[in-house]
Design a protein around this ligand. Structure first.
Ligand SMILES: NC(=O)c1ccc[n+]([C@@H]2O[C@H](COP(=O)([O-])OP(=O)(O)OC[C@H]3O[C@@H](n4cnc5c(N)ncnc54)[C@H](OP(=O)(O)O)[C@@H]3O)[C@@H](O)[C@H]2O)c1
Length: 158
């Protein structure tokens, strides 16, 4: 498949490298190519401000801003290296969530997640369900502090 990755941060680079390694065609876009090539790698999870919650989500804001796009929100509840290789932890026996309005787009994303190695993929429903998963960030950060390592994940037992 052909993929466009917006941004050259930790997540963008990690996903681009994984897709490229799987033989996909990948194009990466950045706001400033010069600054990007000289940028030092951050050594920990980025910790952006938690600016949207409860009655809205970044996923919904993106969908509203680009109504023609089929926005699917996923892979934001674990560390970037685990996103693209879940098998490195507990034989991939842990959970990834998917939120989005379009069933077809979610099916495509689910296929991609399976190709990364994900097995427990929970479709939460439409894009408003991203509110719940985005609000996992504070507990994720506290777990990171308590465990002192970023490779861990949520597992929904049922
Ligand atoms: N790192 C993780 O393990 C992890 C895990 C789960 C969720 N996340 C979330 O994933 C997102 C990216 O995380 P990251 O660790 O990759 O962060 P990062 O290393 O700080 O990268 C931020 C990215 O956002 C782009 N960007 C920043 N401001 C922008 C703007 N105004 N317009 C367009 N692009 C902009 C930058 O692209 P350019 O400078 O190349 O243009 C850069 O690629 C964050 O929301 C983070 O909370 C990260």
């Amino acid at each position: 498949m052909r993929f466009g990755i917006l941004g050259t941060g930790v997540v963008g680079k990690t996903i681009a490298a994984r897709l490229d390694g799987m033989g996909h065609e990948v194009m990466v876009g950045t706001r400033n190519p010069e600054e990007t090539t000289s940028r030092a790698e951050p050594d920990a999870y980025g910790n952006p401000p938690f600016s949207v919650s409860n009655t809205d989500s970044l996923g919904e804001q993106t969908q509203r801003k680009f109504p023609e796009a089929k926005v699917v929100k996923t892979l934001h509840t674990m560390n970037a290296h685990l996103m693209v290789d879940p098998t490195q932890l507990a034989g991939a026996d842990h959970t990834v969530f998917v939120s989005g309005d379009g069933a077809e787009a979610k099916a495509k994303v689910t296929e991609l997640l399976q190709s990364f190695g994900w097995t427990d993929i929970i479709d939460l429903g439409d894009i408003t369900t991203a509110r719940g998963t985005e609000m996992l960030l504070p507990i994720w950060l506290r777990l990171f502090g308590a465990l002192q390592k970023p490779v861990f994940n949520f597992k929904i037992v049922r």
